[in-house]
Design a protein around this ligand. Structure first.
Ligand code: SF4
Length: 266
């Protein structure tokens, strides 16, 4: 892959249409994100695949599923455009100013404007962005109950439970097994908080991926008799604010963000 000396080298390759199909507000923002490693060239659909291949970029990196999720993003972006954002913000109990609805995603500000364009303090992958769009579109009104349930015990959780374990719980457990300060990092980076140890776990932390979607992560260290384990729990009312597939996607996106951070630190 070509090593760019600065963001302007990337910018020169782009068509400068600021079309936002890469989910960033401008081509310049995209160039900066490629330069810092937060985006890859193939995420601009306007760049020729031949050029990406010449530069050593992985044109095959758009896996079918990622392509599907990008298509979903574009569809949801259009639906956001038909919303009265100010009224939606009022119903959600979130902030609206400067034409943008702003809520907190994993403790960071995440804004959407009337075009459906996202503005965030952190790099958010489509796995996270899709559920955020859906949360806004659904109008999440149900208050948190304070009761925790595993994914499979959510009303529609059974079907996606094994995928959830594969994509979220197992990779996080693996990371927790080898990264001693994983939970400190999660707390620090994503405004998590350590809570009483639920279900006899050794560590329990609560995160807030979306305002009315708290998530409890419990980790049990290995001992002489048992392997380690990690489980994720949701509020019992979570599915009233976000469908099970989106909860799965949100957790997958979060897991991928953590994996990326752990990789950079290793
Ligand atoms: S998709 Fe490509 S052309 Fe469109 S704004 Fe993003 S970088 Fe620019």
């Amino acid at each position: 892959m070509t090593q760019f000396k600065n963001a302007m080298e990337v910018y020169r390759l782009l068509d400068k249409s600021n079309c936002k199909k890469c989910f960033l507000p401008t081509c310049l923002a995209f160039a900066g994100a490629v330069f810092t490693g937060h985006k890859q060239l193939h995420e601009c659909p306007n760049l020729s695949r031949d050029l990406i291949a010449q530069l050593g970029g992985d044109t095959l990196a758009v896996a079918p599923f990622d392509q599907i999720i990008n298509d979903i993003m574009q569809k949801l972006q259009k639906e956001i455009q038909s919303l009265d954002l100010q009224e939606t913000a009022r119903l959600l109990g979130e902030e609206f100013s400067g034409g943008r609805l702003t809520l907190k995603v994993l403790g960071k500000k995440f804004s959407v404007d009337a075009n459906g364009t996202i503005f965030t303090e952190i790099h958010v992958n489509p796995w996270v962005a899709v559920p955020v769009y859906k949360y806004i579109l659904k109008g999440a009104k149900k208050e948190i109950t304070g009761d925790w349930v595993p994914f499979r015990e959510l009303p529609d959780g059974r079907e996606g439970a094994s995928l959830f374990a594969q994509r979220c719980e197992k990779p996080l457990k693996k990371l927790a097994d080898i990264t001693t300060d994983l939970f400190d990092d999660i707390i620090h980076l994503f405004s998590g908080r350590q809570v009483e140890n639920y279900y006899d776990s050794d560590i329990s932390i609560v995160l807030t991926p979306l305002p009315k979607i708290p998530m409890l992560i419990c980790y049990w260290r290995a001992d002489a008799e048992m392997d380690s384990d990690l489980k994720i729990f949701f509020d019992a009312a979570a599915e009233e604010n976000l469908d099970a597939d989106s909860l799965n996607s949100l957790s997958t996106g979060f897991t991928r963000m953590i994996q990326k951070i752990a990789l950079r630190h290793s």
